[in-house]
Design a protein around this ligand. Structure first.
Ligand code: BT5
Length: 248
């Protein structure tokens, strides 16, 4: 019910019981000139991941897309993805989940000490703009909230499975407050991200269209690219170029 999402957030909320993809609706609103609006749904029937992958989004989740029009260069846009993952991980931690961030865009729960994990949430950031200025950003955030783990793809987990059901209204409120704080203080994003990162210090394999890189993930740059120490020296991978990242 819509009333579940009457929030005191710095965004207006457009709620749908069921929708194709909140990101598609957000793109529509963005191209009509809207800003600071959140499209939120209980269920998505055409949820999208990165690189045209499918995103499973049954009833009980938190599926939302945030539209903003920040005055930033396109090169800074990945910071919004990192800010969204920090905000999501923080809200999940407050709900009792041991949430960490897997570069670039996954919120995960670690399993064991080998860098393995289950995926709790994913982020899909889309934008439009010119060379020097972003027009709008639609940050799509999908969180497996009050959903049984067996209703989700393999390798996924939910807040329900990890810590019991969450009050979605409160969860969204906290997530949006955190996001709002970081978008107003972009310099704080990378330090906050580092504190929650599962990937840093891991030996990883990154697959890109142009070939794979294996080495130790040592840092992220100030625009959110991953720095990998390989046998031949340091390499930097932009989030948009990463198809898969796996611990090895
Ligand atoms: C993502 O893609 O992780 C970005 C997901 C963004 C979803 C939000 S929901 C609100 C907004 N509206 C949308 O339509 N999308 C956004 P990617 O890194 O490509 O991961 C996709 C992969 O995760 C799939 O290929 C599956 O293997 C797996 N997957 C699919 N559904 C999942 C789920 N609910 N939980 C965990 N893993 C899932």
């Amino acid at each position: 019910p819509a009333v579940e999402y009457e929030l005191e957030a710095p965004f207006s909320i457009e709620y749908h019981d069921s929708i194709g993809s909140t990101n598609d609706r957000a793109r529509e609103l963005a191209s009509e000139g809207m800003t600071d609006v959140v499209v939120l749904a209980d269920e998505q029937v055409g949820g999208r991941g990165r690189l045209e992958r499918e995103w499973s989004a049954p009833s009980g989740g938190v599926w939302l897309s945030l539209v903003t029009r920040p005055d930033i260069a396109p090169a800074q846009a990945p910071l919004y993805t990192l800010a969204a993952s920090v905000a999501t991980a923080r809200a999940a931690r407050e709900a009792g989940v041991d949430a960490r961030i897997k570069w670039p865009n996954d919120v995960v729960v670690p399993v064991g000490d080998e860098g393995e994990y289950r995926k709790l949430a994913g982020i899909l950031t889309e934008m439009e703009g010119q060379m020097d200025r972003v027009d709008w950003i639609a940050a799509g955030i999908g969180v497996n909230a009050n959903i049984d783990a067996d209703a989700l793809p393999e390798g996924a987990t939910s807040i329900r499975a990890e810590a019991g059901d969450v009050d979605r209204r409160r969860f969204v409120q906290r997530l949006l407050e955190e996001f709002d704080r970081y978008r107003g203080d972009l310099e704080a994003v990378v330090p906050a991200w580092r504190d929650l990162a599962l990937t840093l210090g891991q030996r990883v394999r990154v697959e890109r269209a142009t070939g794979e890189i294996v080495g130790e993930a040592v840092d992220v740059t100030e625009s959110g690219a991953l720095v990998i120490e390989t046998e031949d020296g340091r390499e930097t991978v932009a989030a948009g170029d990463c198809e898969h990242l796996r611990p090895v």
